[in-house]
Design a protein around this ligand. Sequence first.
Ligand code: MLT
Ligand code: ZN
Length: 461
Amino acid sequence: MNASRELEDRLRAIVGAEHVLVDPDVIASYCTDWTGRFVGSSSTVVRPASTAQVADIVSLCRREAVTLTLQGGNTGLSGGAVPPPGALVCSLRRLRSISEVDRQSGQLTAGAGVTIADVQARAESAGWAYGVDFSSRDSATVGGSVATNAGGLRVLRYGDTRAQLVGIEAVLGTGAVVSHLGGLTKDNTGYHLPSLLCGSEGTLGVVTAARLRLVPRETERVVALLAFDDVAAAVAAVGRCRSALASLSAAELFFAEGVALVCRSFGLRPPFAAPHPAFLLVEASGTTDPLAGLSAVVDSLVGVADAAVASDESRRAELWRYREAHTEAIATVGTAHKLDITVPAGAMADFVAAVPGVVDASCPGAQTWLFGHAGDGNVHVNVTGAPPGEERVDEAVLRLATGLGGSISAEHGIGLAKVQWLALSRSPAEIAAFRAIKRALDPDGILNPGVLLPTDPEALS
Ligand code: MLT
Ligand code: ZN
């Protein structure tokens, strides 16, 4: 059901008239995800500015049996923040309070609407750093990153978002507020709600704030872009870097087709004079210059055909661009199917070799673009040239990954995009436990319906 006039008036009473959006032209941008593959519809966007307002909205929606789609920076890539028919969009971007850094504990508290870039800047202003980083840092929000357990470029060094969470504040689907933001590093008092809510994709509660652990700020950084003529050698090099280079902070794998596309899309020169099939970008960082250590490890790697090493900031950024610009470059080709699979480290080369054939067999003529976080076994499979609704290609890639012992999502989450394949990665007993938790914390199923778990209770059970 769409929001009635009366419901809109009650939402206005909670957040103020200017924060209940009903103009379809304004609402349109809240109804499509970044990829453009998932398009929803909604009559109303409500923009609370405090946890109390969120609690009032959830309680009102529960009483009126109205569903809510939760949204932060709308940078998700699995359709998890796209409203199904009848849902209101609850945008958390106005929850922008951020505490000073507690310099003693190395922590801060950030509202759901604070961007990742703002957390990073606040941490750095106090001599600390935030361990999570990814390309959409300027728009992606703390709430969204907690809800999806965002990963990104530094997981091999600092872990995912869940690993940074010391505490959380959230409004459950019951309307109850759970707040545990005291920041105790050791607090062994029962169920760890931050871990449960993190990665629950807004299906259990609305994250309104997070207490985040910071990491030491590293002032010295070196980046090496390595070219390989053999994918297996590039993958093997990741293992060597991980074991031999304590200062390793990123290991990113990408391929000739993606680099050529990035260069074409953004007018960049190719990184090396000669073409190479595979590239590995490794970054080392610390409080002392990691150049000597990185160079020694690079010299010991087998199969490096070309290398560029950079210490100064602008050259480092140039090398990173070949990797970070992949997402936007692929978007210029068409609407991509984005499959963020993960496989065991030992299976990554086999997966990379097999996936283009699997894509072509399920959708002839479609193009495959691969890149990813090699240190985590996480390959981003992007497929263009397949209609948005064509799901055979998704299924074929996800089955290939799980057949090799992998998972259907490394970091983007299940969202709407992979909900029908959850059982490839989770057992019936696990899915039954998920449903029981959902029933307990969101008994009327008003939060993010259709995301993560199918709305049909029989499906996947
Ligand atoms: C990345 O690693 O760049 C992000 O996960 C975005 C993407 O997969 O396109
Ligand atoms: Zn990624």
